[in-house]
Design a protein around this ligand. Structure first.
Ligand SMILES: Cc1cc2nc3c(=O)[nH]c(=O)nc-3n(C[C@H](O)[C@H](O)[C@H](O)COP(=O)(O)OP(=O)(O)OC[C@H]3O[C@@H](n4cnc5c(N)ncnc54)[C@H](O)[C@@H]3O)c2cc1C
Length: 482
C-alpha cells in the first residue's frame, strides 16, 4: 500500500489511522471499490474504511473504538465468501485480517498448529507436508481463502466427506468480542472442557459473534496410500445411484464428487481440461485413502458398483500427476463457469443422498421454468449440492430471475428434509431462505444468542437472519415462553 498522508477531516478515519498507522487504512472511494463485495457479486456496498491491523491488540483497539462510537464493522479474510458475509451493507468499517498471516507454532508431537486468521488454507498443508502431515479441510478456494474465513463459515471441501468440515479440526480460538474484550477458547488440548461448547458456537457463526485472531488447528498424518477413480455415465440417475450404493456398501471414500454435463462443458473450456467426453450426462471423481492394505479391495468394490449402474467408462489414476490433473480440473469448477457464461450464482443446498435423483430432476425443471442454464458440480458423497445458475447481468431482469431460480433450488432441498447451506453460509444471500428450515421461534432463539455476544448488533449487522419486520425479529425481542 502506497504511503499517503491522511487527507480527510473525518474524525473516525483519523482515530482508526491512529490505531493501525496511516499505511494500514483505506478510505478514498477509489480504494474502497475493491471491498464493495466478496464472491457474491450481486450486491455491492462501499465500506466506510478498510483497516489492516497487524496484531490482536490492534484488532481489539479498532473494535473498542467502533463499539464506543456506534460504528458498524465486520471482519474480512480473502473475500472469497459466496454468500455475501463480508459485504459492508451498512457502510461498515472493514477489518481486513490479511496482514495477520503468520504460522505461529507447529507442534507435530501433539499434531497441531497455531495460525493467525489471515493464513491461507493451502499454505498450512504446504508448510507441514515435508514432515508427512496435512490440514484436512480443503475448500476448492484453498489456494487463497484464509483459515479465519474458514472458521467463520465452517468451510467444507472435497475431502470433508471422510475427515469432517472445519469445526472438526479446530482445537482453540482467540477471539475479540464485539465489545472489544479478548477471550481464549480451548487450545490447551483438553478434549471435553466444562461449560458451553463455545468453539462449536463460534465456528460457523459467520463473523457475527466475534473476530477470530488466533486459531489452533488439528493436523493429520498423510495417508499411507491413495487411489482415485474417474467414472463417466450416460444418465445422471445412474451416477446418483452409484453414489448412494457406494456409501450404503459401507465404503467411506475420502472424496466423492459429481459434475453434470453443463459443468463438464465449463471445466473442459477452462484452464485445466483433461479430455472428459462432452456427451456424457455426469461424471464421478472418487478417492479412497488410508493404509495400503484394503485400498485395492475398496477400489474393486467401487468399480463393481459403477458397472452395476451402467458406467460408460471408468478408470483409475495411473500416476500422481494424472490424479493431480483430475483434481485441478474439478477444483477450478466454479471459476470455469466464466468460460461459458458472463455471470453465475453458486447455490449450496444439502439433501439426504438418497434423494439426489429427484432433486436433480427438480433443479432441471427449475432451469427450464426460468429459462436459465444450471450446472451442477458438487460434493455428492455428503449430499452437498452446488447448482450454479448461469445468467447475464447485462440483460434486464436476468439477475432477479437467477436469484429466484437459486432460491427455488434451495426450497427443493428443504422440501426433501435438507438444508439451505452446506458450507458457504447464509450471509445476505440466503437469510430470507432461513424461513424454509426454521420457525420464527427458532430464529428468535438464535438472534437472542447473537445479542448476548453482539449486544449493539454492530458486528456484521444484517447477515444470517431474515430482515426484521419480515420475520418477528426486533432488536430486543423477548424469547417466547413455552
Ligand atoms: C472458487 C471458489 C470455490 C469455493 N469452494 C468452496 C468449498 O469447496 N467449500 C467451502 O466451504 N467454501 C468454498 N468457497 C467459499 C469460500 O472460499 C469460503 O467460505 C471461505 O471459508 C471464505 O474464506 P475467506 O477468507 O475468503 O473469507 P471472507 O470471504 O473474507 O469472509 C467470509 C465470512 O467470514 C467472516 N470472517 C472472515 N474472517 C474472519 C475472522 N478472522 N473472524 C471472524 N469472522 C471472519 C466475514 O465477516 C464473512 O462473514 C469457494 C469460493 C470460491 C470463490
Amino acid at each position: 500500500m502506497r504511503k499517503r498522508p491522511i487527507a480527510t477531516n473525518d474524525p473516525h478515519i483519523q482515530a482508526l489511522a491512529g490505531i493501525v498507522g496511516e499505511t494500514a487504512i483505506l478510505y478514498r472511494k477509489e480504494d474502497l471499490i475493491a471491498y464493495d463485495c466478496d464472491g457474491f457479486t450481486v450486491h455491492r456496498h462501499l465500506p466506510k474504511a478498510v483497516v489492516f491491523p497487524n496484531s490482536t491488540e490492534e484488532v481489539a483497539a479498532i473494535v473498542n473504538y467502533c463499539h464506543k462510537h456506534d460504528l458498524p464493522f465486520l471482519a474480512r479474510g480473502a473475500g472469497t465468501g459466496l454468500s455475501g458475509g463480508a459485504i459492508p451493507l451498512n457502510g461498515e468499517v472493514v477489518i481486513s485480517l490479511t496482514r495477520m498471516k503468520r504460522l505461529l507454532h507447529v507442534d507435530l508431537e501433539n499434531r497441531r498448529a497455531v495460525v493467525e486468521p489471515g493464513f491461507v488454507n493451502l499454505k498450512l498443508t504446504n508448510s507441514v507436508a515435508h514432515r508427512g502431515y496435512y490440514y484436512a479441510p480443503d475448500p476448492s478456494s484453498q489456494y487463497c481463502c484464509t483459515i479465519g474465513g474458514n472458521v467463520a463459515e465452517n468451510a467444507g471441501g472435497a475431502h470433508c466427506l471422510k475427515y469432517g468440515v472445519t469445526t472438526n479440526h479446530i482445537l482453540g480460538l482467540e477471539v475479540v468480542l464485539p465489545t472489544g474484550e479478548v477471550i481464549e477458547i480451548g487450545g490447551n488440548g483438553v478434549p471435553d472442557p466444562p461449560g458451553y461448547d463455545l468453539l462449536g458456537l463460534l465456528t460457523g457463526s459467520e463473523g457475527t459473534l466475534g473476530i477470530v485472531t488466533k486459531i489452533t488447528v488439528r493436523l493429520l498424518k498423510n495417508p499411507e496410500a491413495k487411489q482415485t477413480v474417474l467414472a463417466y455415465f450416460n444418465e445422471v440417475e445412474d451416477a446418483s445411484q452409484t453414489v448412494s450404493d457406494i456409501i450404503s456398501a459401507g465404503i467411506v471414500p475420502a472424496a466423492l464428487e459429481m459434475m453434470d454435463q453443463t459443468a463438464i462443458e465449463a471445466v473442459e473450456a477452462a484452464a485445466f481440461p483433461v479430455g472428459h467426453p462432452k456427451d456424457i450426462a455426469a461424471l464421478l471423481l472418487i478417492e479412497v485413502d488410508g493404509i495400503s492394505a484394503g485400498i485395492d479391495e475398496q477400489i474393486n468394490d467401487i468399480l463393481t458398483i459403477c458397472r452395476r449402474h451402467r458406467v460408460r467408462e471408468v478408470k483409475v489414476a495411473q500416476s500422481e500427476e494424472e490424479r493431480a490433473r483430475w483434481w485441478a480440473n474439478r477444483k477450478t469448477g466454479f471459476g470455469a463457469m466464466g468460460a461459458i457464461s458472463p455471470d453465475y450464482l453458486v447455490q449450496d443446498g444439502v439433501i439426504p443422498r438418497s434423494r439426489l435423483p429427484e432433486v436433480l430432476r427438480e433443479i432441471a425443471a427449475i432451469s427450464r421454468r426460468y429459462g436459465l442454464r444450471i450446472a451442477n458440480i458438487f460434493h455428492a458423497g455428503d449430499g452437498n449440492l452446488h447448482p450454479l445458475v448461469l445468467f447475464d447481468a447485462s440483460k434486464p431482469g436476468e439477475t432477479e430471475r437467477a436469484l429466484a431460480a437459486g432460491s427455488e433450488c434451495l426450497k427443493a432441498c428443504a422440501a426433501v428434509g435438507g438444508s439451505i447451506t452446506g458450507e458457504h453460509g447464509v450471509g445476505i444471500e440466503k437469510k430470507e431462505e432461513m424461513r424454509f428450515i426454521f420457525t420464527d421461534e427458532e430464529i428468535l432463539a438464535q438472534t437472542a444468542l447473537r445479542d448476548v455476544f453482539n449486544p449493539k448488533n454492530l458486528l456484521n449487522p444484517g447477515k444470517l437472519f431474515p430482515t426484521p419486520g419480515r420475520c418477528v425479529e426486533t432488536k430486543q425481542a423477548p424469547l417466547p415462553v413455552k
